[in-house]
Design a protein. Structure first.
Length: 77
């Protein structure tokens, strides 16, 4: 009995085809790849990069503030 796997030769060919021909189209939106010729695209890219860079910092600040307030309330009781 022959086993059928997800990555048989036909599936692998389709995935390789999609990777080679569609990925360059998606990377054209990246301003670092000279695809973002519009100022709107560059501004959106910088804005989302700043947001994603600040999220972990803001999360840590929130956790430390929550711990500080918990400790402060515990000492008051």
């Amino acid at each position: 009995m022959k086993k059928y796997s997800l990555f048989n030769s036909f599936t692998l060919f389709i995935l390789l085809f999609l990777f080679l021909f569609l990925v360059p189209e998606f990377s054209g939106a990246c301003p670092l790849c000279e695809g973002g010729a519009k100022a709107e695209t560059r501004t959106a890219y910088r804005g989302i990069t700043l947001l994603l860079a600040l999220m972990p910092v803001l999360g840590c600040i929130g956790i430390f503030r929550w711990l500080y307030l918990k400790q402060k309330n515990f000492k008051e009781k």
